[in-house]
Design a protein around this ligand. Sequence first.
Ligand SMILES: CC(C)(COP(=O)(O)OP(=O)(O)OC[C@H]1O[C@@H](n2cnc3c(N)ncnc32)[C@H](O)[C@@H]1OP(=O)(O)O)[C@@H](O)C(=O)NCCC(=O)NCCS
Length: 208
Amino acid sequence: MTDAARLADLVELTTPRLRLRQWRDADRAPFAALNADPRVMRYFPSVTAREASDRSVDAWHAEIAERGWSNWAVELVRSGEFIGFVGLTVPRRAELPCMPCVEIGWRLAHVHWGCGYATEAAHAALRVGFERLQLAEIVSFTSLVNTPSRAVMERIGMVDSGEDFDHPAVPEGSALRRHCLYRITPARWRGAVGVDYAGGSTASTQEH
Ligand SMILES: CC(C)(COP(=O)(O)OP(=O)(O)OC[C@H]1O[C@@H](n2cnc3c(N)ncnc32)[C@H](O)[C@@H]1OP(=O)(O)O)[C@@H](O)C(=O)NCCC(=O)NCCS
């Protein structure tokens, strides 16, 4: 990462239907509810308790305040409803095969699946990563069986690196332990942008 990775002024992104913004206290309850939903947490070892959910909010809030980016809270432009998170983070586990790396990730409330929101927000996050942060690469990883998340990775132009690995946080013997690793470079991303999504293009991303 370069000095551009500190963007104290960059806190919010807007896409045609979504706002990616700093976390608010009002997000804590709906975020805890989606983290407690077994459908949302199907590809994780367990659902997340309220305390851990709040700790994630605290950490991402602090990162956005400090450097301008992290996992952003995502809300619908039309209603202001909080729907989950999408963003860029630095994984902390040294054992991951992609380290050091910046990861793109997402988690939305079940009622908001099937609308293209994760893909739309991820396009905006990739733009920040490559145009503003000047990253040389962005990765994403998930359980091999998490086909909805892998589909988002593929829709945004990421490539399966074939470097499958056992995630150290998932218990041995679990069907969720084996993970795939997707990667995308600025060159690949430039070739993929302009792909139409949600009736718009990444060119409509605005930063405030
Ligand atoms: C991963 C996750 C965000 C994907 O959600 P999703 O709704 O499948 O993905 P998108 O928001 O990109 O929506 C794409 C779907 O919306 C549909 N869609 C409907 N209207 C659309 C529109 N206007 N524009 C684009 N797509 C639209 C697409 O056809 C696609 O449907 P399909 O899967 O039936 O083909 C969701 O499953 C989730 O939150 N999972 C739990 C958390 C998780 O596993 N995270 C990853 C861990 S590493």
